[in-house]
Design a protein around this ligand. Structure first.
Ligand code: NAG
Ligand code: NAG
Ligand code: NAG
Ligand code: NAG
Ligand code: NAG
Length: 725
């Protein structure tokens, strides 16, 4: 009940756009009493398991996810409920097996090791070592695994070791009508199958789900004279029966050979070797970075999934894949958060995953076109919130109607993708070219020519600052619309095609609000100076979207909006200010704002709450995305433009070195590390069709990058660009 209440409250608040802080006292997630005792940056360890689910760690692989020991499994794209009532459908957990402790223990701890994406419960008794591992398999993506190994301390000991187990299955699903069958043989799995109860739209179907799981006994015993034994409990889930069953069998086979955990672990190892951000010297920051990377990655498909066990990926939700049921945590819906907040760091480190995110849009291009027709518009319009059909599922009418900047945010994400990869195959074979043109069509139909201003205006929108809507000429909305209107030409140039100049004419005449007297950007037409705004909005012009302006204007925007932004705003706000101040070289000011991000992190497992007061969505990966951008684009100073990547390192407080492993650019993978006086750039890997790169160290010096030849640059700023012939 409490959970439902919170969900309903949440929507009411969204609806009325009143501050979230009003109800923080009663239901915030704070986890104040817990401590992470591990000195390792990649391990979060606690002697007690938090009681409150919001403080617990989660495991996931983009297809399935669960918060450890809770009664719920969520599956990517599985939602129940009509339109705004849709939320993630709950699959009762058959993997929340817990060791009931009655043993005299010497040691007991719970830990999340992000490097192998595994949650451990470790127990040491006078007799034995007990290790429990919970993981969402990174290769066999339909599997969640709970394994228990009991190992004797002394081979000679005769006494059996006995453990009592329990499973937190929870009540029957409110969302899915399940039938259950017991195992057909001694060793066989249980199975269940069913369908969600209510389809998302009147014309869509309810969704099937099939699960297979290992029988869970009340207790397990390591017999006398046996040194060690592992029990592997597997739950396999899929929308296809054969798929679920086959994966279960493959998983069992690997478990019998002792390989199941190994293949999972190796996949994570590979992921981290492909992309990583490491800071030397500041353990708190380092842990926050690893935690953020881990939770975003575990809501995304594994890096190799396209080759291994492909599936349709439905996009990232602000609370990740392990939350979103019970009307909470934005119901698991996909918002602009995906493109604007989680996407940028992933694009740089894992372009494959960035592509998976963009494809969560292209696969719904048809729905977006129909949605545009429904709302009397042109081209393709992506709804403010989407779930599995691609049609609007926003429970609040105002954002649904007015928060259209998403359609520019998607174009900006595609623009950055093309700059980073030059992937023309995406344009021609994955609907990318059609996507950017339909988005331009949308905006072309949405603008109004204003005779007095002699410019194109965009009326009645809700800007990122959701406290003000509808407004006209939101400066952010108009600026991303301009990008969307220009992008088709860039795409066309890569394909050696020509397009009529209809869109560019609009883009070039777009009205971008600017106040000359105060040399800053008012948020929208009629914005009165001194009005408080909800979150980072106008300052997004400078970064991420890199709208061209004088430095003085950038300074004024940052100064002004820093004063007039709600202090209890969502987690990604201050990181964006930090990026701005770092760009301008004001390290102290950046540090003060950056440090505010830590208030959203919950111990011991580095879960994020939407606000510093512990309210709003958990596990708020949107905030983590903003945080990682503050590290990579703020302290790392990284910017990706059409002509190259620039970086400028500023060391965060108490840091000796910043290292970025696996920066991807045009088929090249680069390791870049350094401090404020020197940087090392090393080319480590190249795809077959990689573009040759130069490192520009001054206006006159360009050094060719080759594998195995790291270049040390004195000074803290560099540019990497296609090789000049
Ligand atoms: C998990 O990975 C870490 C880092 O690779 C490793 O040190 C640790 O031993 C692994 N855990 C297990 C149980 O293998
Ligand atoms: C252990 O589990 C078995 C099978 O479920 C049950 O028959 C037995 O009573 C249990 N033993 C104890 C001590 O709980
Ligand atoms: C990107 O691809 C296009 C089309 O193949 C090609 O003309 C262009 O040179 C490429 N750009 C870079 C930077 O390699
Ligand atoms: C920065 O890095 C360079 C190269 O590794 C090193 O020589 C220098 O001492 C470092 N400077 C500081 C302030 O740590
Ligand atoms: C390098 O070129 C840029 C752009 O042309 C110019 O603004 C800058 O002053 C030049 N820097 C040096 C050191 O010559």
């Amino acid at each position: 009940m409490a959970r439902n209440m919170k969900g309903i409250l949440h929507d009411v608040i969204l609806l009325l756009s009143i501050s979230l802080s009003l109800w923080s006292l009663s239901i915030g997630c704070l986890c104040n009493t817990y401590k992470d005792i591990s000195p390792e940056p990649t391990i979060f360890e606690s002697k007690v398991l938090p009681e409150d689910d919001c403080c617990k760690a989660s495991i996931g692989n983009g297809y399935l996810a669960t918060t450890v020991y809770t009664d719920t499994i969520y599956k990517n794209g599985l939602y129940n409920g009509r339109n705004g009532e849709s939320d993630r459908a709950r699959i009762p957990s058959t993997i929340a097996i817990k060791i009931q402790q009655s043993l005299p223990e010497i040691k007991n701890s719970y830990l999340l090791d992000v490097l192998n994406g595994t949650f451990f419960h470790l127990i040491e008794t006078p007799q034995a070592y007990i290790e429990q591992r919970l993981y969402a398999h990174q290769v066999l993506t339909r599997l969640l695994v709970n394994e228990i190994t009991i190992k004797r301390k002394f081979v000679s000991m005769e006494q059996p070791v006995f453990l009592t187990l329990s499973n937190n299955l929870g009540f029957k699903s409110e969302d899915i009508e399940f039938s259950i069958a017991p195992p057909s043989s001694d060793q066989g799995p249980w199975s269940s199958w069913g369908k969600t109860k209510i389809s998302e739209t009147t014309s869509s179907t309810t969704q099937p789900v099939f699960t297979f799981w290992t029988t869970i006994p009340d207790n397990i015993t390591l017999p006398s004279n046996v040194y060690s034994k592992t029990w592997t409990f597997i739950t396999s889930v899929s929308d296809n029966q054969d798929d679920a069953e086959t994966m279960y069998i493959v998983g069992r086979g690997q478990a019998q050979k002792g390989e199941l955990f190994k293949t999972h672990q190796e996949a994570w190892k590979k992921t981290w070797s492909k992309g990583r951000i490491h800071v030397t010297g500041n353990i708190k920051l380092s842990k926050a970075i690893y935690g953020s990377m881990y939770y975003i990655l575990s809501s995304l498909p594994p890096v190799d999934y396209a080759a291994n066990n492909p599936f349709l990926f439905y996009g990232l939700s602000p609370g990740g894949l392990a939350t979103g049921g019970n009307q909470r945590d934005y119901r698991g819906h996909v918002f602009w958060d995906q493109e604007t907040w989680m996407y940028p760091p992933m694009l740089i480190l894992y372009p494959e995953l960035a592509q998976a995110m963009i494809k969560s849009r292209t696969m719904h291009l048809q729905a977006a076109k129909e949605y545009a027709v429904q709302t009397g518009e042109k081209g393709a319009r992506f709804p403010w919130e989407m779930a599995y059909t691609g049609f609007d599922v926003c429970p609040a009418p105002k954002p649904a109607e007015y928060e259209i900047h998403l359609n520019g945010d998607i174009s900006f994400a595609v623009q950055q993708y093309l700059y980073a990869t030059n992937d023309t195959n995406f344009l021609t074979n994955d609907k990318g070219y059609e996507l950017v043109q339909e988005l331009a069509n949308y905006w072309a139909g949405r603008v109004t020519y204003d005779d007095y201003k002699e410019a194109y205006t965009i009326l009645d929108v809700m800007p990122p600052d959701e406290d003000h809507a509808p407004v006209d000429n939101s400066v952010y909305t108009n600026a991303v619309a301009q990008i969307a209107l220009r992008l088709p030409y860039y795409a066309a140039s890569l394909l050696d095609q020509k397009l009529p100049d209809t869109w560019s004419k609009i883009a070039d005449n777009m009205h971008i609000m600017y106040d000359q007297e105060n040399d800053y950007h008012p948020e929208f037409e009629g914005y009165e100076r001194g009005t408080i705004v909800k979150q980072a909005d106008v300052i997004l012009l400078g970064y991420p979207i890199m709208y061209e302006m004088d430095q003085s204007t950038r300074v004024n925007d940052l100064r002004y909006y820093e004063t007039y932004t709600e202090h209890t705003g969502p987690a990604m706000t201050w990181g964006m200010f930090a990026v701005g101040w770092l760009e301008l070289g004001d390290k102290q000011r950046a540090e003060d704002l950056f440090s505010e991000s830590f208030l959203n992190i919950r111990e011991p497992f580095k879960i994020w709450t939407e606000t510093a007061q512990g309210t709003g969505a958990v596990n708020f990966i949107t905030g983590m995305g903003g945080f990682l951008q503050a590290v990579l684009m703020g302290y790392g100073g990284l910017r990706l433009r059409q002509d190259g990547i620039t970086m400028k390192i500023t060391l965060p407080q108490d840091c000796l070195k910043l290292s970025f492993t696996g920066i991807n650019y045009l088929g090249n993978s680069l390791d870049i590390s350094g401090n404020s006086t020197a940087m090392t750039v090393e080319l480590t890997e190249r795809l077959e069709d990689a573009v040759d790169l130069d490192l520009k160290v001054s206006n006159y010096t360009f050094l060719r990058l080759s594998i195995g030849e790291p270049i040390l640059v004195s000074g803290a700023s560099i540019k990497i660009m296609p090789h000049r012939r």
